[in-house]
Design a protein around this ligand. Sequence first.
Ligand SMILES: Nc1ncnc2c1ncn2[C@@H]1O[C@H](COP(=O)(O)OP(=O)(O)O)[C@@H](O)[C@H]1O
Ligand SMILES: [Mg+2]
Length: 256
Amino acid sequence: MSLAATARTPDAGTAAAPALPGGLPIQLVAATKSFGDREVLRELSLDVAPGSFLAVVGRSGGGKSTLMRLVAGLDQPTRGRVAIDGEAVTRRHPDVRLLFQEARLVPWQTVEGNVGIARGPDWRASAGRVLADVGLAGREGDWPSVLSGGQRQRVALARALVGAPRILLLDEPFGALDALTRLEMHKLLERIWLSRGFTTILITHDVAEAVALADRVVVLREGRIALDVDVPLARPRRELADPQAVALQAEILDAV
Ligand SMILES: Nc1ncnc2c1ncn2[C@@H]1O[C@H](COP(=O)(O)OP(=O)(O)O)[C@@H](O)[C@H]1O
Ligand SMILES: [Mg+2]
């Protein structure tokens, strides 16, 4: 673990419950990713502190999903280094989970079956607990087709939480939800993150969402970090019109 990664510690309120392992640090050092002769990420360096909540904001095509794929081990940098807890990422890391805009549920599996997909033999014990955590207690036997969009994302979140991941990567996870459901999901994600303490990277093009959830926001523009700001607002966050939040949103929007 690098000194830089440990220097930025989460608020006292974000500490993991003792039984949970907490978050792992993520580090990019001069990471470049090219497709053909096009550099999508350009010598990107970034330290994400263990247990912290980072939002990455940027325009479409700016390299946000590419960054996430590198951290997840789904792709490799062309040059430079991506590390989790000091180890270079060369394949899918067992402690890293992903959440996408689409819930990606299997239609012929129940809610419980979807939560347990691709898990080890003892997943069922924690499936009920994570479903309760995301507000879906008692829905274990339902089919995905009867769920609303928000409920499907809750199932996807529950699936990501089985086995106590230490890093959660979210790629525009709420982009397809209506505004009220999105606000509910913000509260839910913050609460779960506060209680579990995993390191979170949220990719979003919604600046208000970034400020509402993250304790640090990075703007990715043309493959580089155009802005890197802390969000020193109290938790749990209130969504509405805090003057400091509004000022931060304006600063971030200027950089996007
Ligand atoms: N596998 C790939 N092959 C070629 N080009 C890609 C590939 N993945 C992404 N790109 C290109 O890289 C750029 C950044 O994409 P992406 O990281 O998905 O951006 P964002 O998530 O910010 O919208 C886009 O121009 C995209 O077309
Ligand atoms: Mg993307």
